[in-house]
Design a protein around this ligand. Structure first.
Ligand SMILES: Cc1cc2nc3c(=O)[nH]c(=O)nc-3n(C[C@H](O)[C@H](O)[C@H](O)COP(=O)(O)O)c2cc1C
Length: 366
């Protein structure tokens, strides 16, 4: 028990906004830097919105201002679904100022990032780096609890190198009276590939009075249901698998309602890729750069296209839009497979390039 945690939490967690279908448990699109910006939100929304969105993180430091591009995912939110604004930082005064900056914006709440694994981030003792200092997290959350008018949410991993502070961190969450915890069931040093420790999600669910969203390797509507049941989590947060299968949120609603589950075909995937390109394309930017940006998304989509990974191999070599779509057309349409269903899980043995998980590590923190 850390020394400052003497008082009882004041009040109980505020209720979360309703799910799209009343009575169903909620889904959230995980915040992903360089991915979950407004264009991707729109593309996902056209295929079935999650219940909650989280912005890419707003960097908070002495000279930070709200980033206009990230702000557009709040001001131009194409859906009725609430958006949480995610912050990454550690200085109390800077965080307080940033929370104030949000007062005129329509957000569901503020989410504190306690999970970013990029060394250049955690070395500054922000994101996942803060998980080594429960007391400092407590001080930050105490201030946030006082300042945040809407919901106060935390997205964290289970620890830095191991779970030595996990129980203490749970106490911090209780004492800070947060309204929502999204728990990525890995340590910071576990990156994106280590086996998730879902027993920590169960522990969090049992310990906390607020809802817990399970995060980490929810790969399909089946795994969403299984993992929710296994852990008792309130709902699930999905990142990479929503890039691979943007219909996943709709499918989770359908399975909960016992409706027929929509199964996208490879032709649907082709149209998704077209939609993505058109939405992400920046005409002022070199074509090659636009193509390279697409590859980040295709790295995940390709995991479900063919078992031998030929699509991934070829698309990584494309340099122009024409080449890229020729490859997509060959694999998804001309192959005669266009009516085949997208593989619900990634094919065994295929992996996304680590660089596609590192949008996160290229970020600058001021
Ligand atoms: C490209 C990329 C960018 C990410 N950016 C963020 C971020 O800005 N904030 C955050 O809290 N987590 C970020 N994450 C972590 C995800 O939100 C999520 O916790 C992680 O991918 C595990 O969930 P998944 O297995 O469903 O992908 C990022 C992950 C990826 C792959």
């Amino acid at each position: 028990m850390i020394s400052s945690l003497k008082s009882k939490p004041n009040g109980s967690p505020k209720p979360l906004p309703h799910s799209m279908v009343r009575g169903q448990w909620p889904t959230a699109l995980a915040p992903m830097q360089d991915v979950t910006a407004l264009p991707f939100m729109k593309v996902v929304a056209r295929r079935g919105s999650p219940d909650f969105f989280f912005t890419e993180f707003f960097r908070v430091h002495a000279h930070s201002k709200l980033d206009d591009e990230i702000l557009s995912s709040i001001t131009e939110n194409p859906t009725e679904q609430p958006v949480f604004a995610q912050l990454i930082g550690e200085n109390i005064e800077d965080l307080k100022r940033t929370v104030c900056d949000f007062q005129d914006y329509s957000i569901a709440g503020i989410d504190l990032n306690l999970g970013c694994p990029a060394p250049r981030v955690f070395k500054k003792n922000v994101g996942g780096g803060l998980l080594r200092s429960p007391k400092q997290i407590f001080e930050i959350l105490k201030m946030l609890r006082e300042e945040v008018v809407g919901l106060l949410s935390v997205k964290m991993r289970i620890g830095f190198e191991d779970d030595r502070y996990f129980d203490e961190l749970m106490e911090v969450m209780i004492e800070s009276n947060i309204d929502l915890l999204s728990l990525h069931a890995r340590t910071v040093l576990g990156g994106y590939r280590s086996t998730p420790s879902y027993s920590h999600v169960t522990k969090a669910v049992e310990a906390l009075p607020c809802p817990v969203l399970l995060n980490g390797n929810v790969t399909s509507f089946n795994s969403a249901v299984d993992l929710k049941e296994l852990t008792g989590a309130h709902g699930v947060m999905i990142g990479r698998s929503a890039i691979r299968n943007p219909w996943i949120f709709r499918q989770i609603r359908e399975i909960q309602a016992r409706d027929t589950i929509f199964q996208p075909t490879l032709a649907d995937v082709y149209h998704y890729i077209e939609d993505l390109y058109d939405s992400l394309e920046k005409p002022e930017v070199d074509e090659r750069k636009n193509v390279n940006r697409m590859k980040k998304f295709l790295n995940f989509i390709g995991l479900s296209v063919d078992a031998d990974g030929k699509f991934l191999h070829q698309m990584r070599r494309a340099q122009t839009r024409k080449e890229l779509f020729y490859i997509c057309d060959t694999h998804l349409i001309q192959s005669g497979r266009c009516d085949e269903f997208l593989n619900i899980e990634p094919y065994d043995g295929l992996v996304a390039r680590p660089s596609s998980e590192s949008g996160y590590s290229r970020c600058k923190l001021g």
